[in-house]
Design a protein around this ligand. Structure first.
Ligand code: FES
Ligand SMILES: [Fe+2]
Length: 404
């Protein structure tokens, strides 16, 4: 049987002629100066997906703190006593000490551990130690510096620009039609992983943007989902958006189930089951892809909301330095009602963990090789057009043009 990709081996390039078909330079992945350019032109003005949902902070006083390396800012998200979510710079307005520790928690307010200034859950300065010795202190003007916060289908985003160039809704672009109907609220957090990777964020992410590597990198973990008729898992659907967002659908061949798969598939939604066995899933490309497995949805530049039949996971390739990235993923399943569903979900958790580790396995060696200068460009097949699109979008945003 011929897969559609075999009938036409290069279906995607003609749809995106602006990306060209030539080699792509690797300098932007290894040059520290380029990372600074990205920080200035991309990271500082973007909507940052915090890999955090509104329901993670359900009660007034619930808060979350994260240092964003790419933006060089510590951000505090807190639900105020009025029930509203707000974001602030995590900075005391006295002399700039960091206010709250990294992580999540619950509090009535925030007291700075330097001199005891205290802020309420709406970010207002509530108490100044020995206030009478200050000169003309206007407490009402000394609240925590606000950061723009918005949510999209329950996901919390922040934007550090004084005036964001566009709304979050606009940044989500075609995902407002393609992904928005997905039933996110029916699922709960089932696990979270973080990995420190000594590689550029683009190099790290590139290993997650195509399935051309599947037969090699994932041979042991999901080799059974690759059929002899389609040995290199040729992607059937890729949708590249003008603003850099991308959607890549991965399919998984029906196969003889292993005993563990039989057990897992029988008791609930799983990661490698594919869409054929499941009901229609709104907000996915299930209907457009034969043996559909899941959609990888990249919100430019470095976070994703990936959806399958009865599960989703959110991840980010947090840029730390030109040669350092933190990969973080959090996955969500329906709340298990029975022990058998927990077993099924545990199976998915382990498969996804192993797959991610396999994807990360080549990053550091690839980065080292690129850094050596031994090769100055990469050769990309039609199957790797999402990789090409990323380099093109980043270059364009940084005022550079890639050769066609
Ligand atoms: S720096 Fe926070 S109270 Fe002084
Ligand atoms: Fe992979």
């Amino acid at each position: 049987m011929n897969s559609p990709a075999n009938l036409n081996p290069r279906p995607f390039a003609p749809r995106y002629p602006q990306l060209g078909t030539g080699p792509v330079p690797v300098s932007s992945a290894v040059d520290p100066a380029f990372f600074e350019l990205e920080r200035e032109r991309i990271f500082r003005g973007m909507w940052v997906n915090l890999i955090l949902r509104e329901e993670d902070l359900p009660k007034p006083g619930d808060y979350f703190v994260r240092y964003l390396e790419a933006q060089d800012a510590s951000i505090l998200v807190v639900r105020g006593d009025d029930g509203k979510l707000r974001a602030f710079h995590n900075v005391c307005t006295h002399r700039g000490n960091q206010l709250a520790e990294e992580g999540a928690g619950h509090c009535k307010g925030f007291q700075c551990n330097f001199h005891g200034w205290t802020f309420d859950t709406r970010g207002r300065l509530a108490f100044v130690t020995d206030e009478q010795r200050f000169h003309n202190l206007d407490k009402s003007a000394l609240g925590l510096p606000a950061v723009h916060l918005d949510t999209w289908r329950g996901f919390i985003f922040v934007n550090l620009a004084k005036r964001p160039a566009q709304t979050l809704e606009l940044a989500m672009a075609e995902f407002n039609q393609d992904l928005k109907p997905f039933p996110f609220e029916q699922m709960v957090l089932a696990g979270r992983y973080r990995y420190a990777v000594n590689a550029n964020w683009k190099v790290t992410m590139n290993a997650f943007q195509e399935s051309y590597h599947g037969a090699f990198v994932h041979k042991l973990s999901v080799g059974q989902c690759i059929s002899p008729e389609d040995p290199y898992l040729a992607v059937q659907r890729i949708k590249l958006q003008e603003n850099g967002n991308q959607s890549v659908s991965v399919h998984l061949a029906p196969h003889d189930l292993s005993p563990a798969e039989k057990l897992a598939f029988g008791f609930g939604a799983t990661f490698t089951q594919g869409g054929e066995a499941a009901q229609a899933v709104p907000g996915t490309a299930q209907a457009q892809v034969r043996d559909w497995g899941f959609d990888l949805n990249i919100i430019f530049p470095y976070s994703r909301i990936n959806v399958g039949a009865g599960w989703y996971y959110v991840d980010a390739f947090w840029p730390v330095a030109h040669d350092k990235t933190v990969y973080e993923l959090a996955y969500y399943f329906p709340m298990p009602q029975r022990a058998s569903e927990m077993i099924s979900q545990e199976y998915s958790k382990i498969v996804l963990r192993d797959l991610s580790r396999e994807d990360l396995a080549t990053n550091e060696a690839t980065h080292r090789s690129l850094r050596s200068g031994a090769i100055r460009q990469m050769m990309l097949s039609d199957q790797e057009i999402a990789v090409r699109h990323l380099y093109h979008t980043v270059a364009a945003r940084c005022g550079k043009e890639l050769a066609k």
